[in-house]
Design a binder for this molecule. Sequence first.
Ligand code: PGA
Length: 244
Amino acid sequence: MAGNWKMYKTAGETTAFFEKFIPMVSASTHCDIAICAPFVNLPAAISAAKGSRTGIGAQNLYWGKEGAFTGEVSGPMLKAIGCEWVIVGHSERRQYFGETDATVLKRTQAALEHGLKPIVCVGERLEERESGNTEPVLREQFDGGIAHLTPEQFAQIVIAYEPVWAIGTGKVATPEMACDAHRFLRGLIAAKYGAGQAAASRILYGGSVKPDNVKGLMAQVEIDGALVGGASLEPASFASIVNF
Ligand code: PGA
């Protein structure tokens, strides 16, 4: 169960969140818990979550180790402060910041090389779903990106299926729709990396996951977890999703 805080919260608000949130999920051992915070708030989040079961993640990373890349943050920098996870290829990065399947692959490889666990996002836009192109789009994102990982690398990633039309819109995919997309992705994994890997891969659903719809989504066999934006910002709301 992963929270994506996007560009929300100050360092002070980050600390205040964890003071409430950590006790609320301390009995939850059925899943990994992650919060992906803005870069500047990672130290506050890491210190507030220390000793708990909640791991901290970033929302992006650059693929170089260091260098003249003004404004970028690298894998070794994230690792050095105790970051565990990193979101790669979120649709907002694809839409507003020029992310492509090729750069998603480079960032994923860099994350793995530096000991971070990537949560790699894929998903179709509204017009792609409406024109019946969901599966070709997912195939293209898979083939052009993470299908180039070695089997050893692939075994370490988490995939998030996030239909773009469901992100921040309150329009959640029905559990069946999400399940179909997850099944399709698992088929792609099986064809490339084998049935064992397909069964072992964790595929999260993301897009308007809330405390009141998480149960229905998690009841689907193909859905292994959730990547939660808006509903991860309040401790009680994200705790009730984690503790579904
Ligand atoms: P949302 O965002 O839960 O606010 O729809 C999900 C995401 O962008 O990861």
